[in-house]
Design a protein around this ligand. Sequence first.
Ligand SMILES: NC(=O)c1ccc[n+]([C@@H]2O[C@H](COP(=O)([O-])OP(=O)(O)OC[C@H]3O[C@@H](n4cnc5c(N)ncnc54)[C@H](OP(=O)(O)O)[C@@H]3O)[C@@H](O)[C@H]2O)c1
Length: 241
Amino acid sequence: MRLGFIGTGTIASAVVQGLAGRGHEIRISARSRANSEVLAANIAEVQIAELQEILDHSDVVFLGLMLQAAPPILAALTFRRDLRVVSFMAGADLDQVAGLVAPAHVSAVMMPFPGIAQGGSAIMALGDEDLLERIFAPHNALFMLRDAGELEAYLCAQAILSPVARMTSDASNWLAARVSDPAQGEAFLRKLISSSLADSSAADLLEALNTPGGYNQRLRHHMENAGMGAELAAGLDALEG
Ligand SMILES: NC(=O)c1ccc[n+]([C@@H]2O[C@H](COP(=O)([O-])OP(=O)(O)OC[C@H]3O[C@@H](n4cnc5c(N)ncnc54)[C@H](OP(=O)(O)O)[C@@H]3O)[C@@H](O)[C@H]2O)c1
């Protein structure tokens, strides 16, 4: 397909990297130059183009702008009626994006994560599942949502990723002070956590790790007694509010 990207920031760059070698023709905007020049230099099918040229030569255009910046940038462009638009912009549902790109069709709002660059990543999305599957599956896992309310709830809940990364980092640092190869220690913890949850429900894993008096149960009880569960719920409620 002919794919275009308006905004070549952190997330659009990751998406473009993940699409490399899949037979698409890809046009990206020049800003941010550090990203766009590296992508164009390293991925044969990627070229830098002017914003209007991207729209005119694409079947599907992805919006990788910050939402606050988008209205004047998009208002200065002419969208074809048969162009399909996919937005990465948090905070705007299908209807809101439609108002920015008329008369083009807004096919989807999707929230990728930086891991999409390597593939195997979870993607939350609203809209045209078939189109997104054609572009991103099976090398990523699509989670289609029902409406803007669900997207908002998923956006809050996915923020668990940063505290999990923080806990992994803190435990890695604790381990690093005690072992000969700190890098191996962090690699071990990352592999342990990701592989343990990849094919098991959280409830099943908790049960499997619930040996009375075992290391896992003791640390979990310590964290729960310190307020972990209540603080997590309060933090999620605050994001929602
Ligand atoms: N980061 C994530 O993990 C993530 C995940 C899901 C969704 N999102 C959403 O994706 C969007 C982008 O996020 P991001 O983290 O990738 O932000 P970002 O790195 O700041 O990307 C925004 C991009 O827009 C570019 N831009 C600004 N004005 C422009 C213009 N007039 N013409 C062309 N490009 C212009 C910026 O270029 P300059 O750097 O030159 O200003 C930058 O490359 C946001 O709406 C965010 O909500 C992000």
